[in-house]
Design a protein around this ligand. Structure first.
Ligand SMILES: [Zn+2]
Length: 88
C-alpha cells in the first residue's frame, strides 16, 4: 500500500504500464483487476478518513510500498471514472 501524493510519484510506473499495457478490468468503483506477470492483481484505490488517497495492490512490489505499474494502470482508469462522477 502506498499513499498517493502526486503524479510525479507515478511517472515511472506509468511509463512501465504504457510499455507493458496490462489489462485493467473494472470490478467496482475504486476496485480493479490488473493483469501482471503472474496472473491478475487486485488494485484498490480509496480515500482514507484523514483525506489521503491510498492505493493498494496485491503484488509483491506494492507489499513493500513500491508504486507498481498495476496501480498506475488502475489509477488512470480510476481518475477518469472519478471525473465522470463529479461532472455527472
Ligand atoms: Zn502491483
Amino acid at each position: 500500500m502506498f499513499i498517493l501524493k502526486g503524479i510525479e510519484q507515478l511517472e515511472k510506473a506509468i511509463a512501465k504500464a504504457k510499455k507493458l499495457r496490462p489489462r485493467v478490468e473494472f470490478d467496482c468503483f475504486g476496485r480493479y483487476r490488473v493483469s501482471g506477470s503472474k496472473g491478475y492483481y487486485t488494485v484498490v484505490c480509496k480515500r482514507s478518513d484523514n483525506g489521503y488517497k491510498t492505493v493498494e495492490c496485491t503484488c509483491k512490489g506494492a507489499e513493500k510500498g513500491l508504486v507498481c505499474y498495476h496501480a498506475a494502470a488502475a489509477l488512470s482508469l480510476h481518475v477518469g471514472l472519478a471525473k465522470q462522477r463529479q461532472t455527472a
